[in-house]
Ligand binder design. Structure first.
Ligand SMILES: [Fe+2]
Ligand SMILES: [Fe+2]
Length: 417
């Protein structure tokens, strides 16, 4: 059935039959196509196209509660939908719709706020790096407000900022990595019993500043798209000491950031750097820094390797306990991210693969997921969001899955709700 919808109602999986006005005015080269890329939705909207015709026999339909669509001939379908709504036990349906609508609205708002904070964070770290490269001293004061905003976002919804900060490009890796480690430190500190608000803020600051010494690493080494030579690696290994020195010279930097900056590459078995400290010689705060730092590094895409998904990364890091990480800190970290962190690939009881798109504190084991792949058909299917926490939901997670094993690339594209 052909259906006219607004371009803002477009969803991945819909089959576009016709854009509202003439095709020739737009840069889309295909006359009809299955919308399989969320970026195309943005392109349609940005092109100024307000109406779109979709074919619901070839692709996904609007969700049942969207009543704005019209068929080409008349408004029969809208009338049927309205009649059905009137016949339904309205109070219950309406309450549920309002609940889902409100939850989605709050989540969408937090994502928008988080995206803004990420952009501000990136700009602030870039400016700190520039100051250092030009020989100016760093003012941590300027970063305080940013740490407060990151903390507030993490408190409201840890998943929003953490999952956004993970999606970085090769170019902005170093800067976004600092923002991501700041958010992860705040989430971990909240999970740790006995850490007060002031210390949480200091830990966030430590995450933001932990790699500041890299501003003094030659950019060609820092951004080298490949394996470093021994000599280059020696240069990189100097960044904790260089960062520590820089912060000692600037005012207003607390003991915790100083400690984390200097010791976040130490390992529990004494094989880390710069001082090969072991066990209790490494402070709790530096151990926290080590876990957050490695998690963000291995989940991020780099020019020479695709990042692991969050679930796979957690499993890998568990293997590196207790030689690399403190067991207790790592367990608290996993708790702070949730059992299935946003972006994890999971297999459902039906055999479908899905990516975790949203998680709330009430639903650690039953997050919202987006199914997109059938293991029995070994192929992509129309993406669909399933809230596993809904009552009478039969679908459930049976295991984590490996994107590599199924030959899947760029599963992050399904993160867009
Ligand atoms: Fe580092
Ligand atoms: Fe780092």
């Amino acid at each position: 059935m052909l259906k006219k919808i607004t371009s803002k109602q477009l969803l991945v999986g819909m089959y576009i039959q016709k854009l509202g006005s003439s095709w020739m005015e737009h840069s889309f080269w295909r006359k009809r196509f299955l919308l399989d890329d969320a970026n195309d939705i943005q392109r349609v909207i940005e092109s100024g196209i307000t109406e779109v015709w979709i074919d619901t026999t070839k692709g996904r339909d609007l969700p049942r509660d969207s009543a704005l669509a019209t068929t080409p001939n008349d408004t029969e379908e809208v009338q049927i939908a309205e009649a059905a709504l009137q016949a339904a036990p309205t109070a219950k349906v309406a309450t549920e719709a309002v609940r889902i609508g409100t939850e989605q609205e709050i989540h969408a708002k937090e994502i928008t706020r988080a995206a803004k904070i990420c952009a501000q964070g990136k700009a602030a770290v870039i400016s700190m790096f520039q100051d250092i490269r030009m020989g100016r001293t760093v003012s941590a004061k300027a970063a305080e407000e940013l740490v407060d905003e990151i903390s507030a976002s993490v408190m409201r919804n840890p998943g929003a900022l953490i999952s956004l900060a993970r999606l970085k490009t090769a170019d902005d890796y170093t800067y976004m990595h600092s923002v991501a480690v700041c958010a992860l430190m705040v989430a971990l500190a909240r999970q740790w019993e006995g850490i007060d608000e002031a210390t949480t803020r200091e830990l966030g600051m430590a995450g933001l500043l932990h790699d500041l010494g890299k501003a003094l690493t030659p950019p060609e080494v820092l951004n080298k798209p490949g394996k470093l030579t021994d000599e280059e690696f020696m240069l990189v290994k100097q960044h904790p000491a260089k960062g520590h020195r820089l912060l000692l010279d600037s005012s207003n930097v607390g003991e915790i950031p100083l400690d984390v900056v200097l010791h976040h590459h130490e390992k529990m078995d004494g094989t880390g750097y710069p001082y090969r400290l072991r066990g209790d010689e490494i402070s709790l705060y530096a151990r926290m820094g080590a876990v957050c730092d490695v998690y963000d590094a291995i989940t991020s895409n780099r020019p020479y390797k695709t990042g692991w998904d969050p679930g796979q990364s957690i499993r890998k890091m568990a293997e590196w306990c207790p030689s690399h990480f403190d067991d207790k800190v790592f367990k608290a970290f996993v708790k702070s991210l949730g059992i299935y962190p946003i972006g994890s690939l999971v297999q459902l009881a039906s055999g479908r693969l899905a990516v975790v798109v949203e998680q709330t504190e009430q639903s650690l084991v039953v997050p919202k997921v987006k199914v997109f792949f059938s293991t029995s058909a070994n192929g992509y299917i129309l993406p669909e969001v399933i809230d596993l926490s809904r009552p009478r939901q039969k679908e459930k997670i049976v295991s984590c899955a490996s994107a590599e094993a199924w030959g899947l690339k760029n599963i992050d594209q399904f993160l867009v709700l």
